[in-house]
Design a protein. Structure first.
Ligand SMILES: [Mn+2]
Length: 306
Protein backbone atom coordinates (compact mmCIF):
# COMPACT_ATOMS: atom_id res chain seq x y z
CA UNK A 1 0.00 0.00 0.00
CA UNK A 2 1.14 3.57 -0.71
CA UNK A 3 1.01 5.87 2.31
CA UNK A 4 1.42 9.60 2.86
CA UNK A 5 1.11 11.81 5.95
CA UNK A 6 0.04 15.38 6.57
CA UNK A 7 2.82 17.99 6.51
CA UNK A 8 0.92 20.37 8.78
CA UNK A 9 1.09 17.82 11.61
CA UNK A 10 4.73 18.92 11.84
CA UNK A 11 4.59 22.45 10.49
CA UNK A 12 1.87 23.61 12.91
CA UNK A 13 4.31 22.66 15.69
CA UNK A 14 7.10 24.87 14.39
CA UNK A 15 8.97 22.47 12.11
CA UNK A 16 9.52 23.10 8.41
CA UNK A 17 8.90 21.05 5.26
CA UNK A 18 12.41 19.56 5.31
CA UNK A 19 12.02 18.43 8.95
CA UNK A 20 8.75 16.75 8.04
CA UNK A 21 10.25 14.99 4.99
CA UNK A 22 13.05 13.69 7.21
CA UNK A 23 10.53 12.39 9.75
CA UNK A 24 8.56 10.61 7.00
CA UNK A 25 11.73 8.89 5.79
CA UNK A 26 12.09 7.35 9.24
CA UNK A 27 8.60 5.94 9.42
CA UNK A 28 7.68 2.41 8.54
CA UNK A 29 5.47 2.54 5.46
CA UNK A 30 5.48 6.11 4.14
CA UNK A 31 6.05 6.05 0.37
CA UNK A 32 4.66 9.40 -0.85
CA UNK A 33 4.48 13.08 0.00
CA UNK A 34 1.47 15.33 -0.37
CA UNK A 35 2.02 19.10 -0.35
CA UNK A 36 -0.36 22.00 0.13
CA UNK A 37 0.04 24.65 -2.53
CA UNK A 38 1.27 27.33 -2.21
CA UNK A 39 1.98 27.11 1.54
CA UNK A 40 4.40 24.16 1.49
CA UNK A 41 6.14 25.23 -1.71
CA UNK A 42 6.41 29.02 -1.61
CA UNK A 43 9.71 30.16 -0.17
CA UNK A 44 11.46 26.86 -0.89
CA UNK A 45 13.84 26.14 -3.74
CA UNK A 46 12.24 23.49 -5.97
CA UNK A 47 15.59 21.87 -6.81
CA UNK A 48 16.46 21.56 -3.12
CA UNK A 49 13.03 20.15 -2.44
CA UNK A 50 13.44 17.57 -5.21
CA UNK A 51 16.76 16.46 -3.73
CA UNK A 52 15.29 16.15 -0.24
CA UNK A 53 12.30 14.09 -1.40
CA UNK A 54 14.19 11.07 -2.72
CA UNK A 55 13.70 8.13 -2.21
CA UNK A 56 10.09 9.11 -1.40
CA UNK A 57 7.77 10.03 -4.26
CA UNK A 58 5.33 12.90 -4.62
CA UNK A 59 1.66 12.01 -4.89
CA UNK A 60 0.43 15.52 -5.54
CA UNK A 61 -0.52 18.97 -4.35
CA UNK A 62 -3.65 20.22 -2.61
CA UNK A 63 -4.55 23.82 -3.44
CA UNK A 64 -5.27 26.10 -0.47
CA UNK A 65 -6.81 29.45 -1.35
CA UNK A 66 -7.33 30.50 2.26
CA UNK A 67 -8.41 33.86 3.59
CA UNK A 68 -8.05 36.14 0.57
CA UNK A 69 -10.85 34.13 -1.05
CA UNK A 70 -13.37 34.22 1.80
CA UNK A 71 -16.19 35.04 -0.65
CA UNK A 72 -15.46 32.10 -2.91
CA UNK A 73 -12.71 30.33 -4.83
CA UNK A 74 -14.05 29.40 -8.29
CA UNK A 75 -17.31 31.24 -7.51
CA UNK A 76 -15.83 34.45 -6.13
CA UNK A 77 -18.05 37.42 -7.12
CA UNK A 78 -14.90 39.44 -7.75
CA UNK A 79 -13.90 38.32 -11.24
CA UNK A 80 -10.24 39.17 -10.70
CA UNK A 81 -10.08 36.98 -7.56
CA UNK A 82 -11.98 34.22 -9.36
CA UNK A 83 -9.44 34.28 -12.19
CA UNK A 84 -6.57 34.17 -9.69
CA UNK A 85 -8.14 31.20 -7.88
CA UNK A 86 -8.27 29.25 -11.15
CA UNK A 87 -4.76 30.39 -12.02
CA UNK A 88 -3.50 29.11 -8.67
CA UNK A 89 -4.81 25.64 -9.51
CA UNK A 90 -3.07 25.84 -12.90
CA UNK A 91 0.18 26.93 -11.23
CA UNK A 92 -0.16 24.03 -8.79
CA UNK A 93 -0.37 21.69 -11.78
CA UNK A 94 2.93 23.03 -13.14
CA UNK A 95 4.69 22.56 -9.79
CA UNK A 96 3.13 19.12 -9.31
CA UNK A 97 4.47 17.96 -12.66
CA UNK A 98 7.89 19.41 -11.83
CA UNK A 99 7.99 17.42 -8.59
CA UNK A 100 6.92 14.22 -10.32
CA UNK A 101 3.44 14.17 -8.80
CA UNK A 102 0.21 13.20 -10.51
CA UNK A 103 -2.78 14.48 -8.48
CA UNK A 104 -4.14 17.99 -7.85
CA UNK A 105 -6.64 17.95 -5.00
CA UNK A 106 -9.25 20.71 -4.96
CA UNK A 107 -11.25 21.27 -1.79
CA UNK A 108 -13.48 24.29 -2.44
CA UNK A 109 -13.29 25.58 1.11
CA UNK A 110 -14.86 28.97 0.34
CA UNK A 111 -17.33 27.96 -2.37
CA UNK A 112 -20.49 27.83 -0.33
CA UNK A 113 -23.01 30.05 1.44
CA UNK A 114 -24.21 30.99 4.91
CA UNK A 115 -27.45 32.90 4.29
CA UNK A 116 -30.60 32.30 2.28
CA UNK A 117 -30.57 34.60 -0.77
CA UNK A 118 -26.75 34.84 -0.59
CA UNK A 119 -25.92 32.86 -3.73
CA UNK A 120 -27.21 32.47 -7.25
CA UNK A 121 -26.96 28.69 -7.28
CA UNK A 122 -27.27 28.14 -11.03
CA UNK A 123 -24.70 30.81 -11.86
CA UNK A 124 -22.20 29.60 -9.27
CA UNK A 125 -22.64 25.94 -10.19
CA UNK A 126 -21.81 26.94 -13.76
CA UNK A 127 -18.70 28.79 -12.58
CA UNK A 128 -17.56 25.72 -10.66
CA UNK A 129 -18.05 23.51 -13.73
CA UNK A 130 -16.28 25.99 -16.04
CA UNK A 131 -13.36 26.47 -13.64
CA UNK A 132 -12.86 22.74 -13.27
CA UNK A 133 -12.95 22.22 -17.03
CA UNK A 134 -10.35 24.94 -17.46
CA UNK A 135 -7.98 23.33 -14.94
CA UNK A 136 -8.61 19.82 -16.32
CA UNK A 137 -7.93 20.94 -19.90
CA UNK A 138 -4.82 22.84 -18.81
CA UNK A 139 -3.32 19.70 -17.25
CA UNK A 140 -4.74 16.68 -19.08
CA UNK A 141 -1.78 14.58 -17.91
CA UNK A 142 -2.70 15.08 -14.24
CA UNK A 143 -5.60 13.86 -12.15
CA UNK A 144 -7.80 16.71 -10.94
CA UNK A 145 -9.46 15.43 -7.81
CA UNK A 146 -12.39 17.05 -6.00
CA UNK A 147 -12.49 16.65 -2.20
CA UNK A 148 -15.92 17.35 -0.77
CA UNK A 149 -16.72 18.53 2.75
CA UNK A 150 -20.33 19.26 3.79
CA UNK A 151 -19.68 22.43 5.84
CA UNK A 152 -16.81 24.37 7.47
CA UNK A 153 -15.58 26.93 6.30
CA UNK A 154 -19.10 27.84 5.07
CA UNK A 155 -22.39 26.71 6.65
CA UNK A 156 -23.19 25.02 3.35
CA UNK A 157 -20.55 23.88 0.88
CA UNK A 158 -21.55 23.74 -2.78
CA UNK A 159 -19.86 20.35 -3.14
CA UNK A 160 -21.18 18.80 0.02
CA UNK A 161 -21.62 15.04 -0.45
CA UNK A 162 -20.51 11.97 -2.33
CA UNK A 163 -23.58 12.27 -4.55
CA UNK A 164 -23.02 15.95 -5.34
CA UNK A 165 -19.36 15.23 -6.08
CA UNK A 166 -20.21 12.46 -8.53
CA UNK A 167 -22.84 14.69 -10.12
CA UNK A 168 -20.26 17.47 -10.52
CA UNK A 169 -17.77 15.03 -12.05
CA UNK A 170 -20.41 14.03 -14.63
CA UNK A 171 -21.23 17.65 -15.38
CA UNK A 172 -17.56 18.55 -15.88
CA UNK A 173 -17.22 15.52 -18.15
CA UNK A 174 -13.44 15.26 -18.39
CA UNK A 175 -11.53 11.95 -18.15
CA UNK A 176 -9.00 13.43 -15.71
CA UNK A 177 -11.53 14.76 -13.19
CA UNK A 178 -12.42 12.52 -10.25
CA UNK A 179 -12.58 12.66 -6.47
CA UNK A 180 -10.70 12.30 -3.21
CA UNK A 181 -12.81 10.91 -0.38
CA UNK A 182 -12.13 12.10 3.18
CA UNK A 183 -13.51 9.64 5.76
CA UNK A 184 -14.33 12.33 8.37
CA UNK A 185 -16.03 14.53 5.77
CA UNK A 186 -18.20 11.56 4.78
CA UNK A 187 -19.15 10.94 8.41
CA UNK A 188 -20.02 14.64 8.81
CA UNK A 189 -22.46 14.34 5.89
CA UNK A 190 -23.88 11.04 7.20
CA UNK A 191 -22.68 9.49 3.95
CA UNK A 192 -21.76 5.90 4.67
CA UNK A 193 -18.09 6.03 3.58
CA UNK A 194 -18.02 2.71 1.73
CA UNK A 195 -21.12 3.58 -0.32
CA UNK A 196 -19.57 6.69 -1.87
CA UNK A 197 -16.32 4.83 -2.31
CA UNK A 198 -17.98 1.98 -4.20
CA UNK A 199 -19.76 4.33 -6.62
CA UNK A 200 -16.62 6.43 -7.23
CA UNK A 201 -14.24 3.49 -7.58
CA UNK A 202 -16.54 1.41 -9.79
CA UNK A 203 -16.74 4.30 -12.27
CA UNK A 204 -12.98 4.85 -12.27
CA UNK A 205 -13.25 8.19 -10.48
CA UNK A 206 -11.54 7.45 -7.17
CA UNK A 207 -8.30 9.42 -7.39
CA UNK A 208 -7.41 9.81 -3.71
CA UNK A 209 -8.19 9.01 -0.09
CA UNK A 210 -8.00 11.01 3.12
CA UNK A 211 -8.18 8.52 5.95
CA UNK A 212 -8.94 9.48 9.55
CA UNK A 213 -11.79 8.96 12.00
CA UNK A 214 -14.26 10.97 14.07
CA UNK A 215 -17.73 11.21 15.59
CA UNK A 216 -19.42 12.81 12.62
CA UNK A 217 -20.35 16.27 13.83
CA UNK A 218 -17.02 17.92 13.02
CA UNK A 219 -13.78 17.27 11.18
CA UNK A 220 -12.19 15.45 14.13
CA UNK A 221 -9.13 14.11 12.29
CA UNK A 222 -8.63 11.25 14.75
CA UNK A 223 -6.40 8.26 14.14
CA UNK A 224 -7.88 5.88 11.54
CA UNK A 225 -9.97 3.03 12.91
CA UNK A 226 -10.24 4.30 16.47
CA UNK A 227 -13.96 5.21 16.51
CA UNK A 228 -15.64 3.43 13.61
CA UNK A 229 -13.99 0.06 13.19
CA UNK A 230 -16.67 -1.68 11.15
CA UNK A 231 -17.14 1.21 8.70
CA UNK A 232 -13.36 1.39 8.33
CA UNK A 233 -13.21 -2.34 7.60
CA UNK A 234 -16.05 -2.06 5.08
CA UNK A 235 -14.18 0.82 3.41
CA UNK A 236 -11.01 -1.24 3.08
CA UNK A 237 -12.99 -4.20 1.72
CA UNK A 238 -14.21 -2.02 -1.17
CA UNK A 239 -10.70 -0.64 -1.73
CA UNK A 240 -9.48 -4.21 -2.13
CA UNK A 241 -12.47 -5.23 -4.23
CA UNK A 242 -11.86 -2.38 -6.69
CA UNK A 243 -8.05 -2.80 -6.55
CA UNK A 244 -7.33 0.74 -5.41
CA UNK A 245 -3.68 1.45 -6.24
CA UNK A 246 -3.46 5.14 -5.37
CA UNK A 247 -2.09 6.71 -2.22
CA UNK A 248 -3.64 6.44 1.25
CA UNK A 249 -3.12 9.88 2.80
CA UNK A 250 -3.76 10.26 6.52
CA UNK A 251 -5.53 13.57 7.07
CA UNK A 252 -5.35 13.58 10.86
CA UNK A 253 -4.67 16.29 13.43
CA UNK A 254 -2.16 15.32 16.14
CA UNK A 255 -2.62 18.49 18.17
CA UNK A 256 -1.64 16.88 21.48
CA UNK A 257 -0.04 13.70 20.20
CA UNK A 258 3.56 13.35 19.05
CA UNK A 259 3.33 13.82 15.27
CA UNK A 260 5.63 11.04 14.09
CA UNK A 261 4.14 8.44 16.44
CA UNK A 262 0.63 9.52 15.47
CA UNK A 263 1.34 9.10 11.75
CA UNK A 264 2.83 5.68 12.39
CA UNK A 265 -0.25 4.74 14.43
CA UNK A 266 -2.41 5.51 11.38
CA UNK A 267 -0.32 3.31 9.11
CA UNK A 268 -0.33 0.48 11.68
CA UNK A 269 -4.11 0.76 12.14
CA UNK A 270 -4.72 0.68 8.39
CA UNK A 271 -2.44 -2.34 7.98
CA UNK A 272 -4.10 -4.15 10.89
CA UNK A 273 -7.65 -3.63 9.63
CA UNK A 274 -6.53 -4.49 6.12
CA UNK A 275 -5.09 -7.75 7.44
CA UNK A 276 -8.47 -8.55 9.07
CA UNK A 277 -10.25 -7.96 5.76
CA UNK A 278 -7.72 -10.08 3.89
CA UNK A 279 -7.97 -12.86 6.45
CA UNK A 280 -11.73 -13.06 5.83
CA UNK A 281 -11.08 -12.78 2.10
CA UNK A 282 -12.67 -10.44 -0.44
CA UNK A 283 -14.58 -13.33 -2.05
CA UNK A 284 -16.02 -14.52 1.25
CA UNK A 285 -16.99 -11.01 2.30
CA UNK A 286 -18.66 -10.51 -1.10
CA UNK A 287 -20.76 -13.60 -0.42
CA UNK A 288 -21.87 -12.17 2.93
CA UNK A 289 -22.69 -8.82 1.26
CA UNK A 290 -24.76 -10.61 -1.39
CA UNK A 291 -27.10 -11.93 1.31
CA UNK A 292 -28.40 -8.43 2.17
CA UNK A 293 -28.70 -9.70 5.74
CA UNK A 294 -27.96 -7.76 8.90
CA UNK A 295 -27.21 -10.77 11.10
CA UNK A 296 -24.71 -12.17 8.61
CA UNK A 297 -23.07 -8.75 8.44
CA UNK A 298 -22.85 -8.58 12.23
CA UNK A 299 -21.27 -12.05 12.37
CA UNK A 300 -18.69 -10.99 9.79
CA UNK A 301 -17.81 -7.87 11.82
CA UNK A 302 -17.31 -9.91 14.99
CA UNK A 303 -15.32 -12.51 13.11
CA UNK A 304 -12.94 -9.72 12.06
CA UNK A 305 -12.55 -8.60 15.68
CA UNK A 306 -11.21 -11.98 16.71
MN1 LIG B 1 -9.04 15.99 3.82
Amino acid sequence: MNYAGRFNSFIFKGQNVFDAIEAYKHMDGITHLEFNYPEHIAGYDLEELKKAISPLKVNGLAVRWRKEWLDGDFTNPNEELRRRAIQMARDAADVCRELGGSVITLWFENDGFDYPFQMDYEKCWGQLVDGLREVADYAPDLKISIEYKPYEERDFAMVDSAGMTLYLIREVDRPNVGCTLDFCHMLMKHDNPAYGLALAASSGKLFGLHMNDGYGWKDSGLIFGTVNFSQSAEFIYYLERYHYDGVVFFDTFPIREESKAECQANIDAFELIRSKVEREGVENISQVVSKHDGISAQKLIFSMLR
